[in-house]
Design a protein around this ligand. Structure first.
Ligand code: GUN
Ligand code: FE
Length: 463
């Protein structure tokens, strides 16, 4: 078992025995250092008799169990565009490729067909939790939420709010944005919390676990959203306790930053626009944040909002190289996002790899473009930091760090069984579990994800 305990601690547990409740998917206990021959005895000591009623999964040699991965920023209607558009920068890319594709999701049956594939393929790629932007369409976005619930993916699902600066074929009026956001939100009342009363081990018994599928308010970005809608969302978010989650884009591209400043001349910074409308809080996920200044990092940190780092997208759309080290040093929570289809790849692994690469370029250029890597003060992201961002860090952006993100008892079992199978992965019986795991992070893919569990239920995998 391999999991993250903090930004600096990646714990490797050879021969561990983990017990998951089949009533609520909660991890009841975790015993370290249990040999295969001791399974019966250790389980019995814990009060679990291994008869036919208990499912036992024994990892084969060279297999690894790790927590499910969390995609903190992606656009469900853009998956059919994955791989296109590297010749554009953000605003032109939105006009030429993205808005026309999203407009197609007015057709609910088309949406159903595409979203069914998006959720299935994401689960198989190891994404156990996803923060989805839908299109602006209320009904199609409800369909997305239902598909996540049916297939068992933990998800935040948002209807895009976009009532200005969008093409006439894909926009909404301020009134219809407000009324359809209210109507979309009411759909989520049907997703209820699992009953946790019969579990003996939940870490936080007094507060029921949130439903698997939750709403997330989604003002697309400041450019496409009027001040009326931004103010409406700020109020709506805080009308509940805990507040409703919010996701938006921030400071992705220089032309976007410039246009935003023109639209909101009274705000000193781009982050200041969201702060003015009360949109920055612990339940807010800010995607990209490539061009932040120190003041912006300070307000994001102070409000407890998190940043979704989307390095494949930032590279593909020529947005720039986000400095994650500066975010972390400012005390900001950071997770990883695919940003499909600004990013081109399914699943978090390509984002993790690109995050590693970009952090090296950032560290080299911070020391001057001709500097050798050894003379840099800024350090590239380490493997524990990268995997933390893919799991526990992502969980903290979703305010789920007490529920998921690693295998501590009391958390819900969202996990992947990695069994090397893809042709690019060279492993043999001389590899340690850490080496198999590291190779998978950098060379593997969904063919190596044998099983995927969310809240203890098997929901995908190649096995
Ligand atoms: N900014 C506003 N909308 C979008 C989007 O769909 N993708 C990205 N990457 N940035 C955006
Ligand atoms: Fe995005």
């Amino acid at each position: 078992l391999i999991h993250s305990l903090s930004l600096t601690q990646l714990e490797v547990l050879p021969n561990a025995l983990l017990c998951v409740s089949d009533t609520d998917g909660i991890i009841e206990w975790l015993e370290r250092g249990v040999e295969g021959s001791e399974i019966q005895e250790v389980a019995a000591r814990k009060g679990v008799i291994l008869d036919g009623g208990v499912e036992v999964v024994v990892l084969g040699k060279g297999e690894v169990l790790c927590p499910g991965m969390i995609d903190t920023h992606t656009h469900a209607p853009q998956y059919p565009n994955n791989g296109l558009g590297q010749q554009y920068q953000l605003l032109e890319w939105l006009d030429k490729l993205t808005f026309p594709r999203e407009a197609m999701f007015a057709d609910v049956e088309y949406a159903r067909r595409i979203y069914d594939q998006v959720v299935k393929r994401n689960l198989n790629a190891g994404t156990t939790t996803a923060c989805y932007y839908g299109s602006l369409h209320d009904e199609s976005t409800r369909v997305l939420a239902d598909i996540c619930d049916d297939k068992g993916q933990r998800a935040f699902v948002g209807k895009c709010c976009m009532d200005r600066n969008c093409p006439p074929t894909y926009t909404e009026t301020t009134e219809s944005c407000i009324s359809s956001t209210k109507s979309w939100l009411s759909h989520f009342d049907k997703f209820t919390s699992p009953s946790s009363s019969d579990s003996g081990s939940g870490s936080d018994q007094s507060v029921p676990s949130p439903p698997l599928v939750q709403p997330i308010l989604t003002p697309r970005f400041a450019i496409s959203t009027t001040p009326e809608v931004l103010a409406f969302i700020g109020k709506l978010a805080h009308s509940r306790s805990p507040s409703i989650a919010i996701q938006t884009h921030l400071s992705e591209n220089p032309a976007e930053v410039e246009f935003t400043k023109q639209l909101f001349p009274d705000c000193e910074t781009y982050a200041g626009v969201y702060d003015k409308y009360d949109l920055l809080g612990p339940g807010t996920i800010l995607a990209h944040c490539v061009h932040l200044d120190d003041k912006e990092r300070e307000v994001i940190s102070k409000r407890g909002a998190g940043i979704s780092h989307c390095p494949t997208s930032n590279t593909h759309l020529n947005s720039g190289a986000a400095d994650v080290g500066k975010m972390l040093r400012a005390g900001i929570k950071v997770g990883l996002g695919t940003d499909c289809g600004g990013g081109y790849a399914l699943g978090i692994l390509p984002s993790l790899r690109q995050a590693a690469g970009v952090s090296r370029f950032v560290s080299w250029s911070s020391a001057g473009s001709t500097a050798s890597p050894s003379s840099c003060d800024a350090q590239p992201l380490s493997l524990p930091q990268l995997f933390h961002m893919a799991t526990l860090g992502g969980a903290s952006l979703c305010r789920l760090e007490s529920r998921i993100g690693n295998f501590l008892p009391g958390k819900e079992f969202d996990a992947l069984r990695i069994k090397p199978a893809s042709p690019g992965m060279w492993t043999d019986d001389r590899d340690s579990p850490e080496e198999v795991f590291e190779k998978w992070l950098f060379t593997g893919d969904d063919r190596d994800v044998a099983d995927v569990w969310v809240r203890g239920r098997r929901v995908g995998g190649a096995a």
